[in-house]
Design a protein around this ligand. Structure first.
Ligand code: CMP
Length: 233
């Protein structure tokens, strides 16, 4: 094995989707894998394009978007290191269902479609992980539909902040490079409305703004969780 192959195997092992593969399978797949670096703001996949690969994120974050001819955009999801994408068009052989745009500099592993499908056919564990990934997306999409139909903008912003936040020490924080416009495109509201909601949430001590970072107070997490509970009870 040469150094390049070793690096590609290492890259695949860092992705939870592939980490359960036996060593011989990972080594085989690595022959059909490349790693790629992307700058911020680059469209890595375009809706409607033909698919030839599956991707996994090693570093950075991306947004999954759909847009119309006027450039209006809706953000379906934000993906983080360890997440995979591009599996839908690889599996159903339809065009890419959405755009993938980098929110910051990213590193990705790119696995050739046919080799991935062969690997999937021979590995039940991998098949289950892909199914779990798809089910997770369906659950999240169901939640979004429910939230758009039944929750007001304050609640939608609160739920979205909790969803994309990460623990940092004892705090929960939204560290991602999200603009007000990005938040608006995730919750289906105008940028002005989102600015007003964030201002009010900060005034009410539900959140604290720290430059581009948003620190979530327990009060906000309780509020968002209660919205979810009220609707499911
Ligand atoms: P594919 O259709 O090949 O290319 C676009 C990718 O975006 C798609 O595969 C999925 O990996 C990803 N994607 C599409 N819709 C969603 C969603 N609602 N949530 C998260 N990821 C998605």
């Amino acid at each position: 094995m040469n150094v390049e192959e070793g690096k590609r195997i290492e890259a695949l092992r860092r992705v939870p989707l592939f980490s359960s593969l036996p060593p011989d399978q990972i080594a085989l797949l690595a022959r059909y894998t490349v790693t790629r670096q992307y700058q911020k703001g680059v469209m890595a996949l375009a809706e409607g394009a033909e698919a030839d690969s599956l991707y996994a994120l090693l570093a950075g974050s991306v947004k999954v978007t759909k847009s119309d001819e006027e450039g209006e955009e809706v953000i379906l999801s934000i993906l983080k290191p360890g997440d995979f994408f591009g599996e839908m068009a690889v599996i159903d052989e339809h065009p890419r269902s959405a755009n993938i745009v980098t929110l910051e500099p990213c590193e990705m592993v790119v696995v050739e479609k046919n080799e991935f499908m062969k690997c999937l056919a021979g590995n039940f564990d991998l098949t289950v992980l892909i199914m779990r990934g798809l089910v997770k997306r369906l659950r999240e999409a169901d939640k979004r539909i429910e939230s758009l139909a039944l929750v007001n903008v304050y609640g939608r912003v609160a739920q979205m902040l909790v969803e994309v936040s990460e623990p940092v020490g004892t705090l929960r924080m939204v560290n991602k490079k999200l603009t007000r416009q990005d938040i608006a495109r995730m919750v289906g509201a105008s940028r002005e409305m989102v600015s007003r909601v964030l201002h009010d949430l900060a005034e009410g001590d539900y959140i604290r703004m720290d430059g581009r970072r948003i620190i979530l107070r327990d009060k906000l997490i309780t509020y968002a969780n209660e919205l979810g509970r009220a609707r499911s009870s």
